[in-house]
Design a protein around this ligand. Structure first.
Ligand SMILES: Cc1ncc(COP(=O)(O)O)c(C=O)c1O
Length: 453
């Protein structure tokens, strides 16, 4: 049907395996390195923090990794997610481009994050773990892990970046609804939190600080492990269920993307949609990939590729990635999930190998795009996802100017129903664009660890 708007897969066509881009990248992804010894770290070294089930995936070179049936069973609560053609937006823009999006806002938490939360909770439960600690920025990840922990009978403790904790009380209520505990970070519960509070009692917090707190809790208890909502290879892997579904749905639409777009915080929703298509690019298909980030936290567009800590307290292994330095404190913007100093090593590799492009936008122009999207497509996007939408609109307008009927596919990573304060601020003219602080970046980069690998 030529005027179809939504493309649904039946549940029996939901992918049975995740796709691992590591098997097809032109070279290896650099391993994590011990900050003390400078030596590469293997799964055994990371075992105090993560279950073996995910650590095996972290280092796997296998192209396909089976999705366990208990995980698929939970996925079926909302997956396969719809692929939607943004016909009304195309018309409003007057573009000859076709715009498709994968809508991950249909999940219980309202974003792509449960795709990995469910898998991680499953592997922890399999190995007898009873409690998980984690951080959350916007609250999407915390509520996803709260949901997944509840399903698999695990206690969940979430350290939530303070600015988001204050902006989004209902995210905390959602976590509590699923039975989790939510603590504003920095907190007095941990040495990492106390150190920050001593220097700055009014600290807004950051994902880097919240990670330090959650890691410290997990490292200090045998029954507790840590779960990360982005960045790591296994997280990107779990998210590829999005792209694998999208490929089947784009076939139903008799279309192939010329451009694939996603917003980038730690890189996982972008990876989830893009990596399966990068496999096709590596086989010779001409597809452009665009990762979109905030101008206030421009990891891919302004950071160097370097070994760095994943957290502010310098507790994690060093990862080779694009980074703004683990001490970089992004200003408090509404896209809390994009306020992270580093980028997934796999996404960083993809950029380094020239497989993708990156660009950044200010938050107000993203909200302008988000409102236009909502008024045409009905869905109110999460502030993070609005970055992808802004890039989509710019590309669609370029197509219009050049008279090109390209096909654009993007990941609408979540809805913004818990982010209405941000929209209220936008409508009240209270949203500001903070100019990027280059001096702060240089100071933060001067502190990058020296690694001779
Ligand atoms: C809706 C939404 N999109 C995107 C992101 C960014 O994370 P990632 O880059 O890992 O997809 C977040 C993180 O919290 C999010 O909540």
């Amino acid at each position: 049907m030529s005027d179809t708007t939504k493309y649904f897969l039946t549940e029996d066509r939901m992918p049975k395996a995740w796709y691992n881009l590591a098997a097809d990248l032109p070279g290896p992804v650099a391993p994590p390195v011990h900050p003390g010894t400078g030596q590469p770290m293997g799964p055994e070294d990371l075992a105090p923090l993560f279950p073996m089930g995910v650590l095996e995936q972290e280092v796997s070179q296998e192209r396909w990794i089976d999705i366990p049936e208990p995980v698929r069973e939970v996925y079926r609560l909302w997956r396969p997610s719809p692929l939607i053609r943004a016909r009304r937006l195309e018309k409003a823009l007057g573009t000859p481009a076709k715009i498709f999006f994968k809508y991950e806002g249909v999940s219980p938490a309202g974003s792509h994050k449960p795709n990995t939360a469910v898998a991680q909770a499953f592997y922890n439960q399999q190995e007898g773990i009873t409690k998980l600690s984690t951080e959350t920025g916007a609250g999407q990840w915390g509520s996803s892990l709260a949901f997944a922990g509840d399903i698999f009978g695990l206690e969940v403790e979430v350290y939530m970046v303070r600015i988001s904790y204050n902006q989004k009380p209902y995210r905390r209520a959602l976590m509590e609804t699923y039975g989790a505990t939510c603590i504003p970070s920095p907190s007095p519960n941990t040495a990492a939190g106390r150190a920050i509070l001593e220097k700055d009692p009014d600290s807004n917090g950051s994902l880097g600080i919240a990670i330090s707190e959650a890691v410290e809790i997990a490292a200090s208890r045998d029954d507790t492990k840590y779960a990360l909502g982005s960045v790591l290879n296994h997280v990107c892997l779990h998210q590829t269920v999005i792209g694998e579904e999208a490929m089947l749905q784009m076939e139903m639409a008799d279309s192939e993307p010329d451009i694939v777009i996603g917003c980038c915080g730690g890189g996982s929703n972008f990876a989830g949609l893009a990596f399966p298509y990068m496999r096709e690019k590596l086989k010779g298909k001409a597809i452009r990939f665009i990762g979109v980030e905030p101008t206030s936290c421009p990891t891919l567009t302004k950071g160097p590729m370097a070994y760095d800590f994943g957290d502010t307290g310098k507790l994690t292994p060093l990862m080779k990635m694009y980074t703004l330095g683990s001490g970089f404190m992004p200003p408090g913007t509404h896209a809390g999930g994009l306020r992270y100093h580093g980028m997934a090593p796999m996404v960083s590799s993809a950029l380094e190998y020239g497989l993708m492009e990156a660009r950044s936008y200010q938050q107000t122009e993203c909200f302008t795009a988000a409102v236009q999207f909502a008024r045409n497509e009905g869905i109110v996007p999460a502030p993070e996802s609005s970055h992808a939408i802004k890039a989509v609109m710019d590309e669609a307008l370029r197509c219009k100017a050049e008279g090109k009927a390209e096909t654009i596919l993007f990941n609408l990573s979540g809805h913004g129903h818990f982010d209405m304060q941000a929209y209220t601020d936008y409508f009240a003219g209270k949203m500001t664009d903070v100019p990027f602080d280059d001096a702060a970046l240089q100071a933060s980069l001067a502190d990058l660890p020296k690694v001779a690998v």
